[in-house]
Each structure stands twice: as C-alpha cells, then as structure tokens.
Design a protein around this ligand. Structure first.
Ligand code: ADP
Ligand code: GLC
Length: 476
C-alpha cells in the first residue's frame, strides 16, 4: 500500500518539535507492515541541501507567484518529494517565523502550496505516482484533504499533533487557493468568515487521529478543543488517538553518540558518568543529589511560566536543574534571572541543541514536563528509555504514557514516574518533593528507572494501528 505523508517537518532534515520526530520515524516503522511511505515536504534550504539525485517529476509554471518544481529523491535515507519553491521556502532561520519573530506574512501561500502539491501527487495528477492514502499532519498540510474532497482523489487521514496551531488566514486568501466556491463553507475551510486550514482538514478528511487516546477525548471538549471541539464532536465516530512511539535507533543509550558514557538497563550505574559530563557542560556544582532536567519549548503550553516561578523553591529543596529550551521572551528572561540567582544550582542552555538534549536524558535523574496540555509529548518517552524518570502533568499523552508512583502502583510494581494535577505551583512543587523523597531510597529509585527502561516506547504497536487504519480506509 502506498501512503503519501505530507508535513512541514521531517527529522532529521528539519525539526522544530515532536512533529518532525514522528513524521521522520513513521516510514521505517510502517515498512514491516507493508506500507510504502513517501514523504512530501517544503523545499527549505536544509531539505534542498540534503536531497540527493532529486529528479523533477512535476513543474507548476506559477504557484503563488513563482515557479514550483516537485523533486523526488532521497535525503538522509528518507524517500521524499521536495516542493522546490525558492520564493516560498528559501529563507534562513526558523521555518515558520521571520526575523521579527512573527509568522511569515505568506504562511497561507507557503503551506497552501505544500497542500496543493500533496493533493496533486496523491491523486495521480503527477505522472508516475499515486497514493492509496494521503496522510496529512497538522495545519500546514491540512488543505490537502480539502483538495481531495473537492477535486477527487484517494482517502485521507488527518493527524492533529497540536490543535492550538490552526492556520487561520483572512478570507481574501481563499480566491488564490483554486478551490471551488462551495469549499468556502461549513463543509470546507470557512471558519467564522476566515480561512482555517485545520478546520478544513478536520471537516473533509476521511479519518482523524491525534497522538494519544486521552488527547483524542480532550479535544472533543470546549476546554481543550480551541474552538474546533464542536466539529470534532460531530465527527466523533472517525476520531481516534494513536500514541506516538520513538525512534529507538536514534534514542538508544547503548549506542547514542551524543552522550558521554553508553549504558543499558544492566549497566544503569554508568549513567553517573553522563551526570558528571552534564554538570560540567551546564556549569553545575558536582554532586550526587537529585538533578532535574528540562528539554522544552519555553511556552505557556508547556507550563514553563509556572515552572520558572518554582525555581527558587526547587533550589531551596536542595535540587539542581539542567535546562535546554527556547521560546517566549518573558519566560526566557525569568529562567535566566533564576540561573543568575543560583549559580551552580541551575544550568541553562538557551537555544536549540539536539545533541545536548540527549545528554540531559542520559545524565539527569528526572525529566520534567509540566504542560498545561500535551497531545502526546516525546521527552517523557525519551526519559523512560534513558532511565530519566518523568515528572509530568496528568494531561493528554503524558497521562497515557507515565504510570504515577501512587501507593497502588508502587505495590503492584508498575510505577514509572510521577504525575501531578492541576498544573499550578503547589502541585508541581509537591510532585518534585515526591520525586526527591523517592530518590533518597536508592533501591526503589533504581526499580523505577528500570521499569521505565523496560517499558515499550517503540513504534511497534502504534505502527500496526496506523497500518490497520489505512487498510480500513482503503477498503471502506
Ligand atoms: P513539542 O513538539 O510540543 O515541542 P514533544 O515533546 O512532542 O513536544 O517534542 C519535542 C521535541 O523537540 C523532542 O524531540 C525534544 O527533545 C525536542 N526539543 C525541544 N526543545 C529542544 C531544544 N531546545 N533543544 C533540543 N531539542 C529540543
Ligand atoms: C506536537 C505536540 C506534542 C507531540 C508532537 C508529536 O508538537 O505538542 O505533544 O508529541 O506534536 O506528535
């Protein structure tokens, strides 16, 4: 079965978050299930540089003000079609934001082009390829199912990685999208008088998934649905949650080239060498006390404002922190100020650093994920695999993937981390205290680490669920 995956990010070519990890891992994970996945992505500079033997399979003389070519080839081992459109994608810096830190003014055109190319490729309008299923990820690819619905083509699946990002644009964009007038309606992209990419995808895709069962429930409620819950409730019978896995080849402490010392469950005591390396890297006082880790976008979604406000308490409790992140300026400032107040106790790397994020998982005792909402979350899964015990908010995929160390779970010997709710300072600080107390009991801490390291965070199970869903759509 041929599946065309359309997304704006693809690891290891281009990544700003978990979306890339997921779209990058799925092709290999689905292969054993008989799925031949081709990935279509924008021709950003990093993609064009990595593309090998790109063959032109299609050319648009003018798409949103410039010539666009579809180039098929391989890039870092992945079978891709790059949408080569220099006027839309040949820009440096963050893929979504201009130098002023705001969304590029033409994101509607940039991702409209991705969606048009994906729909044309999937539906066989481009010679030499057709897809049995189109799999669109997030708002940037969400118009692709709309084109298939209004122009014809294969069945489509729309995956929501984060409903907070919807792709809303003025109605004036509609005329340039090449859709029939009937698509500017409740059954298409119209949303309170504007054009909303994600709304269009959710209204027209044959099936909708999100990245955990709990988040699938949550987005059908006004509290989490961000205005799209009514539509999702109306389509509830085609909405499901499939929890993300991780690429256990990229994330393997036994072979990871970004960490100081390799280890496995049998040699977990070797983690201490990574702790020493991390202390040096983050300029932390060396010590055997609990060392918390954070690898995160520094945003409201991630609860990082609440976390920043808890830093004095964290240090007062005797703990230390290593944090890598980048995001909202106010949160960055608050975290840097706390690091200045507590030299040697709080180490911060402001920015995006893939290699150091592996070292945090290998060297810290805990990974903290205090998100207000979290569709799936991957850092807690990396933590489980690396013996870095997750301390997480009880929401979305965090609730589904971490087993809280309550008395019942401890007695049953199944706990893998700590959950807290609601997301506020007292309950976060309480969770940190619970983790610190458990850390003092070396034997139970080691058991907790090993249970995490032994839990299945691979793609095996979820890949077969995706494969079954594709087949169901195809045969429907
Ligand atoms: P989200 O996609 O919402 O940001 P996820 O937990 O699904 O959250 O995925 C985040 C991904 O981005 C993980 O692979 C994480 O390690 C990585 N990441 C986030 N921030 C940074 C950073 N500053 N440096 C390196 N990697 C980061
Ligand atoms: C989004 C979500 C995150 C999820 C990732 C991959 O970025 O915020 O929770 O893990 O997509 O699905």
């Amino acid at each position: 079965m041929k599946v065309l995956s359309a997304s704006s990010e693809l690891f290891p070519l281009v990544k700003t978050g978990g979306l890339a990890d997921v779209t990058g891992a799925l092709p290999a994970a689905l292969k054993p299930h008989g799925i031949d996945m081709l990935s279509i992505v924008p021709g950003y500079p990093a993609v064009m540089a990595a593309l090998q033997n790109g063959i032109e399979i299609h050319r648009y003389a003018d798409l949103f003000g410039g010539e666009v070519r579809l180039l098929r080839g391989t890039a870092k081992g992945i079978d891709i079609v790059a949408v080569d459109a220099p006027h839309l994608y040949n820009r440096s810096g963050n893929i979504y934001l201009g130098p002023d830190g705001k969304d590029w003014g033409d994101n509607g055109q940039r991702y409209g082009a991705l969606s048009i190319a994906a729909a044309d490729l999937a539906s066989g309008s481009v010679a030499g390829y057709h897809a049995d299923i189109l799999h669109a990820h997030d708002w940037q690819a969400a118009l692709a199912p709309v084109y298939l619905r209004f122009r014809g083509g294969p069945k489509s699946l729309m995956t929501v990685h984060n409903i907070a990002f919807q792709g809303q644009f003025p109605a004036s964009l509609f005329g340039s999208l090449g859709l029939p007038a009937s698509a500017f309606s409740i059954d298409g992209v119209e949303y309170y008088g504007s054009v909303c990419f994600l709304k269009g995808g959710l209204a027209t895709a044959d099936a909708i998934t999100t990245v955990s069962p709990t988040y699938a429930q949550e987005i059908c409620t006004p509290e989490y649905g961000m205005g799209l819950d009514g539509l999702l409730r109306a389509r509830r019978n085609v909405v499901s949650g499939i929890v993300n896995g991780i690429d256990t080849g990229v994330w393997d402490p036994a072979t990871d080239s970004s960490i100081a010392a390799h280890y496995s469950a049998k040699t977990a005591d070797k983690r201490s060498a990574n702790k020493r390396a991390l202390e040096a890297r983050f300029k932390l006082e060396p010590g055997d006390g609990i060392l918390h880790g954070v690898v995160s976008r520094l945003t409201w979604q991630k609860g990082m404002d609440i976390f920043a406000a808890s830093l004095d308490a964290l240090v007062a409790s005797g703990a230390r922190l290593a944090l890598i992140g980048t995001g909202e300026a106010a949160i960055e400032r608050e975290i840097m100020a706390a690091a200045d107040r507590h030299p040697g106790r709080i180490g911060v790397l402001l920015g995006y650093d893939e290699a150091q994020s592996h070292l945090v998982q290998a060297g810290c005792d805990t990974i903290l994920v205090p998100s207000r909402f979290e569709p799936c979350g991957l850092t807690q899964l990396y933590g489980l695999r690396y013996g870095c015990v997750p301390v997480v908010a009880r929401t979305g995929g965090l609730a589904d993937t971490v087993i809280d160390a309550n008395d019942a779970a401890l007695n049953a010997g199944v706990a893998t981390g700590f959950q807290f709710s609601p997301v506020d300072q007292p309950s976060l600080e309480n969770a940190l205290a619970r983790a610190a107390a458990c850390f003092e009991d070396k034997a139970s801490w080691r058991k907790m680490q090993l249970r995490g390291m032994g839990s299945d965070v691979s793609w095996d199970r979820s890949a077969s669920v995706y494969a079954a869903l594709y087949r169901k759509l195809l045969n429907a």
